[in-house]
Write a protein that binds this ligand. Structure first.
Ligand code: ADP
Length: 619
């Protein structure tokens, strides 16, 4: 024991603890030193990793919206330079000849970079495999990129995942160091290399995504253009057809009112009913085209379901009688008087199903029922059913009948006419109104078509003429066929219409109602006529020489004097957007050619008894 103490003494210390520690440190000095070095290296590595992650996070946010290579690569190169503390970054971007433009960026102070060289180099075909439109990330990028290294005359290349898209080289990113720098691998850590790889992969993803987006956008633009061209073509054809048809119908009507033989009258009736069938066919085609391209929008107003039922009853009863079918249309008492929805479209679907039922039924009955379904506060669901005892549809055909252009019997010998568009339009319209349509049928026994549509209910207090005001579709009422001409007698209407035959047709209809008509041959003449005379209403064609109807209407509305003057479009432009354009220009309503006297009568009644225009809904 004593000996030991002595020996400690000889170490010139009186503190046993300190001496003990001294002993340890002497023994372990080498080991500790090694550990220290390791932890410094580790800390370096971690620091590099941290900077790498920060760089990636920053890039992934800022790269999202960049479009072209230059705008992506140069800033990225700068950031890599700053983050990894490098002096040089080389950016390769593909040129038009499939070669690369190498842009060498030299950094002096970390944040300031300067372009020191820019030239094109050959691409190594083996390196960029055109069969693989994917990222090429080599296990040994340094070795694989030797060619580039030589070509651009730098000693060290860190990374270069090149990538291909659509068989063209999209981009390459190379970072390197200057020759006089400390040898590359000893200065650049493993995580630096990883960072550069990760940045390259990120760039690849961003650019491929960008290219896909560009391709998608191009495809979409092209599709939109095609749809527009198709729509314009249809609108033109429709316009060009409607104008002469208006003339045919109008002239035939005028003739039938003159003194002619029964045989002649019969021939005229054929002309008129054939023309009406033609109009129905291309109304279907136009509707289908609008629905197909998503351009059809609903016009929501307050309307009465019973009025729709009356309209349909009036027009189909005759047909049912001529086929000796019993026909009934029932609106359940629980169905509310007024609902909010697109009355014209509801009527169109119900009428189509009813017409089909009558068309495909040769004996027995056709029954239409409208019942309440699923009421909840402020809302209602109505169920419309059309049942017939007609030819029926086989089970295998039922699944196809709602497809466009489909007819169960498409043969040359088929007995029933039609375009096969009706039910496709019905289904699309019902879907547009958030409802469902279905069909149950048995071949030889009959069919039942039904659809549901949810409607909002109007707040009782708000029920007034306001809801039927400008911007809303007018529901022509049952009175239309029994004209009350006293109400119209002496009214002054200005007709702006350039086509002479159509002028005659409309003047004929209006004079027949006792209305006083003045004709203006274009928008300019209409403006002049308004200045020199007083009118109760303007019927305005849209397409006219000198000044079109929309411009004329805008001009008229610009004058406060004519704020309340009813202006009704009377035009061969029959698309939903045409109607919208009319209302937007300041018109109260939109009638399409060929026009029936009923429609003109109803519009005159509607707007002449509503002198105060509701301007508020229009911009
Ligand atoms: P179309 O204009 O040819 O009548 P639709 O789309 O309205 O076109 O109808 C498609 C087909 O469905 C018709 O051609 C007919 O074969 C069948 N169909 C429609 N309604 C009925 C019905 N009530 N009874 C029997 N078959 C019907």
């Amino acid at each position: 024991m004593k000996e030991m103490n002595d020996s400690h003494h000889s170490m010139d210390s009186t503190d046993p603890e300190l001496n003990y520690l001294r002993g340890i440190s002497e023994r372990n000095a080498a080991k500790i030193l090694a550990l220290d070095t390791q932890s410094i290296a580790l800390r370096h590595e971690l620091e590099h990793k941290r900077r790498g992650f920060a760089l990636l996070a920053e890039l992934s946010v800022s790269l999202r919206r960049r479009a072209d290579y230059e705008s992506v690569f140069v800033p990225v190169a700068r950031r890599i330079n700053a983050a990894l503390n490098m002096q040089r970054t080389i950016v390769l971007t593909p040129d038009a000849e499939g070669r690369f433009k190498a842009t060498v960026l030299q950094g002096y102070p970390k944040d300031k970079m300067e372009l020191v060289a820019s030239r094109s180099i050959e691409v190594d075909a083996e390196l960029l495999d055109p069969e693989k439109p994917v990222l090429i990330t080599g296990a040994d990028p340094v070795g694989r990129l030797e060619k580039f290294r030589e070509a651009i005359d730098i000693p060290y290349i860190v990374s270069s995942p090149a990538f291909l898209y659509d068989n063209t080289v999209a981009a390459i990113l190379i970072t390197g160091r200057m020759a006089e720098e400390t040898p590359f691998l000893s200065r650049l850590g493993k995580s630096d290399v990883e960072t550069v790889h990760a940045v390259s992969a990120l760039l690849a993803a961003v650019i491929v995504e960008q290219r896909l987006e560009d391709d998608l956008r191009r495809a979409r633009d092209q599709a939109e253009k095609n749809a527009r061209v198709k729509g314009e073509f249809l609108a033109n054809v429709s316009h060009e057809l409607r104008t002469p048809m208006n003339a045919i119908l109008g002239m035939a009507r005028a003739l039938s009112e003159s003194d002619i033989t029964d045989k002649q009258r019969q021939n005229l009736d054929y002309i008129m009913s054939s023309t009406r069938s033609l109009v129905r066919v291309f109304n279907d085609i136009l509707d289908f085209s609008s629905l197909d391209s998503g351009r059809l929008t609903l016009q929501i107003t307050e309307f009465s379901i019973r009025e729709i039922a009356d309209n349909i009853r009036r027009t189909v009863e005759e047909q049912a009688k001529s086929k000796s079918l019993s026909f009934g249309i029932v609106v359940e008492p629980a169905v509310p008087g007024v609902v909010l929805g697109d009355s014209a479209r509801v009527e169109q679907v119900l009428r189509n199903l009813t017409d089909n039922a009558l068309k495909f039924t040769n004996s027995g009955r056709v029954e239409v029922r409208i019942t309440e379904h699923d009421p909840s506060p402020g809302k209602i669901q109505l169920l419309f059913e059309v049942e017939d005892t007609g030819i029926g549809i086989s089970e295998e055909d039922i699944s196809d009948i709602f497809l466009h252009f489909t007819q169960v019997d498409a043969s040359h010998t088929r007995k029933y006419g039609g375009t096969g568009l009706g039910l496709a339009i019905c289904r699309n319209l019902v879907n547009l109104m958030q409802g469902e349509i279905r069909c149950e049928s048995r071949l030889g026994e009959g069919s039942k078509f039904s659809f549901t549509v949810p409607f909002d209910l109007p707040e009782e207090r708000q029920r007034s003429d306001e809801a039927l005001g400008s911007g809303s579709k007018i529901e022509y009422s049952a009175e239309a066929t029994d004209y009350d001409l006293d109400a119209l007698r002496g009214m002054r209407v200005l007709l702006a219409e350039d086509n002479e035959i159509n002028q005659l047709v409309v003047v004929d209809i209006l004079s027949g109602m006792g209305v006083d008509v003045t004709v203006a041959a274009n928008g300019l003449e209409a403006l002049e006529a308004l200045e020199s005379g007083a009118y109760d209403l303007v019927l305005m064609d849209i397409q006219m020489p000198e000044m079109d109807g929309l411009t004329a209407t805008t001009r008229i509305r610009a004058n406060p004097k004519y704020k309340d003057l009813p202006i009704v479009a009377l035009t061969a432009h029959a698309l939903p957007e045409d109607r919208e354009a009319s209302l937007k220009s300041g018109m109260n309503d939109h009638l399409t050619k060929p026009v029936e006297p009923d429609e003109i009568y109803a519009a005159l009644r509607q707007w002449l008894r509503q002198p105060k225009r509701q301007q508020t809904k229009l911009p």
